[in-house]
Structures are given as C-alpha cells and as structure tokens.
Design a protein around this ligand. Structure first.
Ligand code: GLU
Length: 481
C-alpha cells in the first residue's frame, strides 16, 4: 500500500477541544502505524471567525499532547493564489458560475419554497446568464458570489467505515464555493489542499459527512483522484446528546491548566472510538501505534466518561517521575526556592531530595497535578485541627496521650540520621503491638492535621526529628497536662 499521508486541519475559530484532539490523534496514529506522514493544516480562510490566539492554543495543545506535524504547517490564508487559479479554472470550464442574486432575493425565494413545503435550495437563476451579461454586471461592480453547478441526480459515495452512502444532489442546489476569487470557502479550499498535499485519507468527524459529496464533486470536476474518506463517530455526553461544555467537557488547554497529564488525555481519547486487543485500558502511545488499525475504529458513537479521565490521570500521575512533576508544580503559595533548597513560609527548610519525597507522598492521593501539594500542604504551613480528631475509634484521650508520650520518648532517643521511615515504623510497630490504630492514628493527625494523609512514619521522616517532636508536643498540649 502507498504510504498514507493524512492531515489534521482545524479551523482556528476556537480552542482545541476534545473531539478535535481525538481526530488529530487518530490521524497521527494511522500515519505512524503505517510509517506514513501526518500533516497539520490551519484552515483559516474564514477571516472573521479565525483568530491568531486560537491558532496558538491549537498548536500549543497539539505539541503538549505530542502530536507533531511531520512537515511544515500549511496555512490556507497563505495560499490564496492557488485557490484563485482553481476558481478561475472551474469558471472557465463552466463548472462554476457567478451569482449576482441579492441576500433579500435569496431569502424571498427561500420563504416561497418553504411555504410550498419544498426543501429550500438555490434556484439556479444565475446559471442562465450569458457571458456578456456576466461581464456587464462585473464591469458595473455588482456584488457576487461563485457557485458550483450541482448535477440533478442521486448518487452514492463511500465512507471507509460506513460503506456506500446514498445522497441526493437534487435536494442541494448549486452551492457557494467562494465569495469572490480571493475569498474561497472551506468547502473548496479543503479538497484543493488535500489534492496538492497528496492526502490519501481524510479522517475527520462525522459532522463533515454532508460536506463529502460536495467535495467529491469538486474532485470530479478537477479530474483529481479523491482520497479515502473516514468519518469518525461522534462523542456523546453521558446523557446521550452530542458532547459539549454543558457536560463539563473542556478544551485541551483547560485540562492542562487543571492539572491533567498529556499521557492521560491521549489514553482517554484513544479509547473514545477505538480499543486495543484484549481488555486493556492502560496503553501507551507507542503501543497504540503498534496496534492501531483503521478497520478497528468503532462505527457507533463514543461516550464521554469524566471519571475514566480521572482514573487515567491518577494512574499516570503515579507513573510520572517525581523530578518531572517538580517542574509542573507551583509552589508559590507555600514558599520559595533558594540554592536548590525549598524554604517554606513557616520557616522549614527542605532539600530537593525531601521535596521529591513530598511529591511522592502527595501524588498517591491526587487526581490532578494541582492537587499534589494540596494533599500534603501541612509540610509547608502551620496547621491546626480539632482535638477530637486525635481520637482513634473508641479510644480515650488518656490512652492517646499515653501513646503520644511514648512515641515522643522513643523518637527523642534517635539521632537525626536515624530518623528514617523504616526505623520509625519499626518503633511504632513495637509500641503498638497488635493494636495499631491508637498509636498510628493520633501521630498521623499530629503530623498532618488531616483525616487522610500518608502514613505517619513517612511524614515524620520528611519533617525530621525536631519538627516531628514539636508537632507531637503540640498535640499533647491539646490533650492537656
Ligand atoms: N477545518 C475543518 C474543521 O475544522 C476541517 C475539516 C476537514 O478535516 O476536512 O472542521
């Protein structure tokens, strides 16, 4: 098989959202799996709706996801000469024509057709104009658009996943392909670029299905071999309607800001419409490339499930090296770095090694990057808690106090270098015997002020001897003398 060349061709009229990112991913996976080429094209012919900031968002998001273009990025706004040449060729060959009908006139015809119970379509009025009439109107500077002649017949066209699809051109009418020679519309520019870029497969969302017969007609008129069309099924929200912001779906950059990892989004998106062999859910990009097959794409819509995304993110957070997470975290609420040491606002001084340990503890309980520090914020700031939190099940204050005193006593005997989690755990195990709760629980609360946190011996190691003893004494004070 010819090496495939595919493209992802977003219009920069909004941020990159989940559905488009999935389209980009499937194009990318197909290209990589077949040792083909993945291209990025910016469909920015709509001057009013296209915005540079959206283009930036789209490109940043694709880079972040790791979906890079194999060749230089093409912008349609820079190819107007090419489109003009093709528009002229279509006009010359009689496949396209100038239409001078005014908006008001078109609207009046539309209303008439609707009252007659007909599907509204352009009447073809300006098709009848002679070239002399056209030239006169052009010379007078009359406003116009350029329409493509649509044959009066029923056809079928092929979609890779769905097979032959019937389509009735008679319901369509001659459609507009350009506002003028220098203002082509997407319907025209897309097939032109697909041809000149040597695109073999157009993989895009199902919402483009109605565009395909129109674009195939352009291929036919220009005597170009069309690509294979693959329309991806929709992504639905949990309620079964088309996925939208209403369902909490965000743009890729918003997920990034909220602390999601690219690996998690890639894994999540891949499973919206495709799945690897077996029941595996966790799958890396490399594995996807090895296993991806267009034939395996689902024909039915995918369902968006937010808790799945959280599941993947938690998984990939745990996998991510702590050093990498360190780069992603924002410590500004808690203190600052000086000479590779972190100085917490309450005067604590952590080495880089300790910070990595803190991250390691925090990521166990976090769903998103930004939660990592929140779950272990007691390392960075003074905290308080209710005395009752120190109580383990039906133990008494007295018992808790005795246990904390015993812990304090044992910990005090240790040298700073001995203040390591294994050693501390051993001491706690010895003190507790069979009944762990009344020993481990109050110490954990004393060191974190929280109902849920990493085990106390881990916390104590990070705090170090002095701070640990200080926090135990604070708890003892709460319990009274
Ligand atoms: N610019 C179109 C869009 O963003 C691309 C459609 C296509 O892939 O042909 O929807």
């Amino acid at each position: 098989m010819l090496k495939p060349r595919v493209r992802f061709a977003p219009s920069p009229t909004g941020k990159l959202h989940l559905g488009s990112a999935r389209t980009a991913l499937f194009n990318f996976l197909f290209a990589r799996s077949q040792k083909g080429v993945f291209l990025l094209r910016i469909d920015d012919t709509d001057k009013i709706r296209s915005k540079k900031e959206y283009e930036e968002d789209i490109l940043d998001s694709l880079n972040w996801l790791g979906l890079y273009s194999d060749e230089e990025i093409v912008r349609q706004s820079e190819r107007l000469d090419l489109y003009e040449k093709i528009i002229k060729a279509l006009l010359d060959k009689g496949y396209a024509y100038y239409c001078f009908c005014s908006k008001e006139e078109l609207e009046a015809r539309r209303q008439e057709q609707l009252t007659r119970g007909e599907v509204p379509r352009y009447s073809g009025k300006c098709r009848q104009l002679t070239s002399q009439e056209v030239n006169q109107k052009l010379a007078k500077g009359e406003k116009y658009v350029i329409r493509l002649k649509v044959p009066e017949k029923k056809i079928t066209y092929k979609d890779f996943l769905r097979g032959e699809i019937p389509y009735d051109f008679r319901l369509l009418g001659d459609f507009v392909i350009a506002k003028n020679e220098r203002e082509p519309l997407y319907l025209l520019t897309s097939p032109i670029d697909d041809h000149y870029q040597g695109i073999t497969h157009v993989i895009r969302g199902e919402d483009h299905l109605p565009n395909t017969p129109k674009q195939l007609l352009i291929f036919k008129y220009l005597e170009w071999e069309p690509p294979i069309f693959v329309h991806l099924p929709l992504i639905l929200g949990p309620d079964g309607s088309k996925l939208s912001k209403r369902h909490g779906a965000k743009s890729i950059s918003e997920y990034r800001e909220a602390g999601f990892l690219p690996e998690a989004l890639i894994n999540f998106l891949a499973l919206l419409g495709w799945h690897p062999e077996g029941d595996r859910e966790i799958i890396t990009l490399e594995e996807m490339i090895r296993e991806f097959k267009l034939e395996k794409l689902n024909k039915t819509p995918a369902r968006f499930n937010f808790s799945k995304l959280i599941f993947f993110n938690r998984y990939y957070l745990k996998q991510k090296p702590n050093n990498d997470l360190l780069q992603l975290l924002d410590f500004s609420n808690y203190g600052n770095w000086q000479n590779d040491n972190f100085l917490a606002l309450n005067g604590l001084n952590y080495s880089r090694e300790k910070i990595l340990k803190i991250i390691n503890l925090g990521k166990e309980r976090a769903s998103v990057v930004n939660e990592i520090l929140l779950t272990v914020d007691f390392f960075f700031k003074d905290f308080d808690y209710d005395k009752n939190l120190l109580l383990w099940k039906n133990s008494s204050f007295e018992e808790i106090k005795i246990n904390l005193q015993a812990i304090e006593n044992e910990f005090r005997k240790l040298k700073e270098e001995e203040f390591k989690s294994e050693k501390l755990k051993q001491i706690l195990d010895n003190l507790a015997g069979e009944n762990k709760g009344p020993v481990f629980w109050p110490l954990r609360v004393a060191l974190s002020g929280k109902e849920a946190s990493p085990p106390p011996f881990e916390l104590a190691e990070v705090f170090g001897k002095e701070k640990t003893l200080e926090l135990i004494n604070k708890a003892l004070k709460k319990l009274g003398d």
